[in-house]
Design a protein around this ligand. Structure first.
Ligand code: ZN
Length: 263
């Protein structure tokens, strides 16, 4: 009910940020998939990115200095999934911690015998329920491997919004939970079987780890390689289109050539 005040405050704070054309250009040149956006949406995405930066606290870990280019690059990618949903979809937390490369999270696992195993897990990102998003910033854009850490972790944030990390975010009115499950569960099963049989895949095989990872990885693909996703997982694409209220495969940039892989 206070969202109008909140919006007004965000816009006022965002106006305090001065970003030069060079900084935008530098940040966007690393994100070629923004070409899938209808041109009129580009300024809206920039504005939302400024509001995101005004509202969230982005810090560098291990003394990592965050340049404008890095901050904008992360904000643009974080805001792409919520461009037509709004910043309230990232409510309830403020921190974005950026590491200069992959980082280690200490884990604890209790096995069937009740023995506690402690180990370090090297990760590229992690989203904590009600807490910060942790990201690694890779200096060279990861061309070719089609992994998008930022979209991946923020997709987890959307998934968590209803209190369960199960690969299904809160759906909009008019969407069907049954249609969502049918699309995702069927393709998840098929994809697991496909990967387990030793097949190569253009979709990050990490998607086969858990339904929540299947959702997060498909969200990456939806924005980065929408034509491939639409071709191989049409039902998933359709549900993501309804959820994100975007249709990147219909965009101008239907140029992404498919380099002959089977995935
Ligand atoms: Zn994940």
């Amino acid at each position: 009910m206070f969202s109008r005040i909140r919006n007004w405050r965000r816009q006022r704070t965002a106006r305090g940020y001065q970003v030069g054309a060079d900084a935008w250009a530098a940040a966007e040149s690393r994100l070629p998939f923004l070409d899938f956006l209808p041109p009129a949406d580009r300024p809206r995405l920039r504005q939302l990115a400024l509001e995101f930066l005004a509202e969230k606290e982005m810090t560098g870990a291990h003394g990592f200095h965050l340049t404008d280019e890095i901050r904008l690059g992360i904000a643009l990618q974080a805001c792409l999934p919520i461009l037509n949903l709004g910043l309230d979809w990232y409510r309830g937390w403020v921190g974005v911690v950026v590491y200069p490369g992959d980082f280690v999270i200490p884990r604890e696992l209790v096995d069937e015998a009740g023995v506690v195993h402690e180990f370090d897990d090297a990760v590229l990102g992690e989203a904590w329920e009600g807490g910060p998003v942790l990201l690694s910033w890779l200096d060279e854009p990861q061309q070719g491997d089609r992994i998008n850490v930022v979209i991946h972790e923020f997709a987890h944030k959307l998934d968590m919004l209803d209190g369960s990390v199960d690969g299904m975010p809160p759906l909009h009115e008019g969407m069907s939970a049954r249609a969502w499950r049918e699309a995702f569960e069927g393709d998840y099963r098929d994809f697991r079987a496909y990967v387990d049989s030793g097949n190569d895949s253009w979709l990050d095989p990490y998607a086969a780890e858990h339904p929540s990872e299947f959702f997060a990885v498909n969200a990456e693909a939806f924005f980065e390689t929408p034509l491939w996703l639409q071709e191989d997982f049409p039902a998933v694409y359709e549900q993501l289109k309804l959820f994100f209220r975007q249709d990147p495969a219909a965009g101008e940039a239907s140029h992404s050539p498919r380099d002959g892989d089977a995935g």
